[in-house]
Design a protein around this ligand. Structure first.
Ligand code: SF4
Length: 324
């Protein structure tokens, strides 16, 4: 069932759950108008994804267009004042910011793990801006429903009244009003379009389900009862399983400060040009690459020592003092 003046949008990550969500939407007979993906760029010309992931996304886009008739929209961060200029990781890295404690300016540099700027500036804010475009607003409950907001399950929040057997039942306390109208509420008059956002959260992820059970969000996999295993199976059978599940390809940005030593070792071996870029950034960053104080150059020394056979890769007894 489709609400009037409403766009139905899937946020796609290209993970198994996100892709399987497309099929869940179809099986549930839900409307779908747009599919959007927040793309991160390392530099103006280099994507944040490793090449196998870039290829997979292209292949997946073709399959999606063919099967569901929708072109995936790839959006990315732009500079606040220059909307046309792409904001890459590198550009933000080299942006100056004022440090209140030191009373001076310094580069952003590598993100710190707590409150990492890469996630907010290059991903979350991009999607938030997209969903807050002037002619689009989040679906809202009637004012009288506010008290039930937290307890309400997603589909109810969206205004659907489907009672199909496929719907997984969750305990919903105090939900006594029919939440079908997005906006009879006078304060929202004048806005043009509601949005309902679909998220690919599997039925066996209770913590995420709880966190994302809010107004304007529907969790089709939960409604269909598809757990992570089922999502993977569906992706495998439909040639839509990302290489991150079958090869050592990293999911997420190749320059991520959260990745472990094995991934960094692989990056240096398979993509030396990307590793060189990280060494360059390392020279300029006021923040160390890893929160424990280790830099990309420290890892370079470690890997070089492994290359020379001075230490063994993957040695659990490794201590930094062996190479620094
Ligand atoms: S994958 Fe790592 S670098 Fe990329 S946005 Fe997430 S935390 Fe930041």
């Amino acid at each position: 069932m489709r609400e009037p003046n409403t766009q139905y949008i899937l946020s796609l990550s290209y993970g198994k759950d996100s892709l399987a969500c497309l099929e869940a939407i179809r099986l549930l007979g839900l409307p779908l108008d747009r599919i959007v993906h927040a793309e991160i760029w390392a530099t103006d010309t280099i994507p944040a994804d490793l090449p196998p992931m870039v290829d997979f996304k292209q292949k997946a886009d073709c399959i999606i267009e063919e099967r569901y008739g929708i072109t995936v929209e790839h959006i990315c961060a732009t500079r606040e004042r220059e909307r046309e200029e792409r904001l890459s990781y590198e550009k933000q890295f080299y942006t100056l910011r004022f440090n209140k404690e030191r009373q001076d300016y310094s580069l952003y540099g590598f993100p710190v793990r707590k409150g990492q700027w890469c996630t907010s500036k290059l991903k979350t804010e991009v999607l938030t801006k997209f969903f807050n475009q002037s002619n689009i607003r989040n679906a809202v409950l009637r004012d009288t429903d506010k008290g039930n907001e937290k307890q309400s399950f997603s589909r109810r929040n969206s205004g659907f009244s489907d009672t199909s057997d496929a719907v997984v039942q969750f305990p919903i306390e105090n939900t006594t009003v029919e939440q079908s109208a997005f906006s009879q509420c006078p304060k929202h008059k004048g806005h043009k379009t509601n949005i309902v956002q679909y998220l690919g959260i599997a039925a066996d992820e209770p913590e995420r389900i709880e966190r994302h059970t809010k107004q304007g969000i529907i969790l089709p996999l939960v409604e269909l009862g598809w757990d992570e295993q089922m999502c993977r199976k569906w992706c495998e059978e439909n040639d839509l399983l990302s290489p991150i599940y079958t090869t050592a390809t990293r999911g997420g940005c190749w320059f991520c400060h959260n990745q472990g030593v094995e991934q960094l070792r692989l990056l240096r071996k398979d993509y030396p040009e990307y590793w060189e870029l990280m060494l360059k950034w390392d020279n300029d960053s006021p923040v160390t690459f890893h929160p424990d104080g280790h830099t990309v150059h420290d890892f370079e020394k470690r890997f070089a020592a492994e290359d020379k056979g001075l230490i063994k890769a993957g040695d659990t007894k490794f201590r930094w003092k062996q190479v620094l």
